[in-house]
Design a protein around this ligand. Structure first.
Ligand SMILES: Cc1cc2nc3c(=O)[nH]c(=O)nc-3n(C[C@H](O)[C@H](O)[C@H](O)COP(=O)(O)OP(=O)(O)OC[C@H]3O[C@@H](n4cnc5c(N)ncnc54)[C@H](O)[C@@H]3O)c2cc1C
Length: 227
């Protein structure tokens, strides 16, 4: 179990009906692993299981009004610096092991070998980093009555922190775009984060220096008093 630096007030939960002390592995600020036994009880309004692409922003958002415990079984990005580098993208996938690598191998229920993130930030720390807002139809298909003003704010909340974009393309990228347009896949939408029909240049969670900005950075937007 990883306890995030600065958030190490984690104490093992107990149901209050027994005296079982849970054993948790705390990560100290000196980077040593420390086994710690505790019987203390702390209550949280919410417990978010999985500090991944969805879990990090969910915990950060909830923390503005509620107390939140964010549980993540993977490690911390700064202990696996390769996940922060665009150049090392394939290395991270290639080096997946069964123990502690940021990319974890698994086989889907229909038998397909796959990979997923096992690190604070989740699969956003091992993925290709392509970013786009959702397809307009998506909202209708969910059957949920969305507050589109709130949806727009949520997109902007994410984009201002971890999404980068430019229509200043490399030769290779503009060749692919031109080839698509010449194949009558259009129109050319230029740069946009919206999900649109045709060809577009979209955002990425890698900045221009090739550094990854995954969902883990959204934890920085949390209210530290509550997370
Ligand atoms: C190689 C690859 C490339 C991809 N490229 C893109 C892309 O370019 N653009 C795009 O939009 N999508 C891409 N995706 C898909 C995208 O990354 C995922 O759909 C998304 O990150 C899933 O988010 P999530 O929050 O559902 O899960 P995750 O981000 O995977 O988070 C789940 C978290 O839960 C943790 N966890 C699991 N079980 C437990 C437990 N029992 N206790 C505590 N913690 C637990 C995991 O360690 C993980 O951190 C890619 C995926 C992969 C694998």
């Amino acid at each position: 179990m990883t306890v995030i630096h600065g958030f190490s007030r984690y104490l093992s939960p107990s149901n209050g009906e027994n005296n079982h002390s849970s054993e948790v592995l705390l990560k100290s600020t000196s980077n040593r692993h420390v086994k710690h036994r505790s019987q203390a009880l702390i209550e949280y309004d919410y417990i978010v299981v999985g500090g991944g692409t969805a879990g990090c922003p969910l915990a950060a958002t909830l923390s503005s009004n509620y107390s939140v415990l964010l549980l993540e079984w993977g490690g911390l990005p700064h202990d696996h610096p390769d996940v922060l580098s665009q150049e090392k993208y394939v290395v991270n996938l290639y080096e997946a092991n069964d123990r502690d690598s940021p990319a974890q191998r698994f086989t889907s229920e229909d038998g397909i070998p796959n990979l997923r993130g096992r690190i604070l930030g989740g699969s956003s720390m091992i993925n290709v980093g392509i970013y786009s807002r959702a397809d307009g139809d998506f909202y209708a298909r969910t059957g949920i009555k969305w507050d589109m003003g709130a949806v727009k704010k949520a997109y902007e909340w994410v984009e201002e922190s971890i999404v980068f974009g430019t229509d200043n393309l490399t030769t290779w990228e503009s060749s692919v775009r031109d080839a698509l347009l010449e194949s009558n896949i259009g129109p050319d939408n230029g740069f946009t984060l919206d999900h649109v029909v045709g060809v577009k240049v979209t955002g990425a969670t890698f900045d221009e220096a090739g550094r990854r900005h995954g969902a883990v950075e959204l934890v920085n937007k949390a209210n530290p008093e509550n997370l």
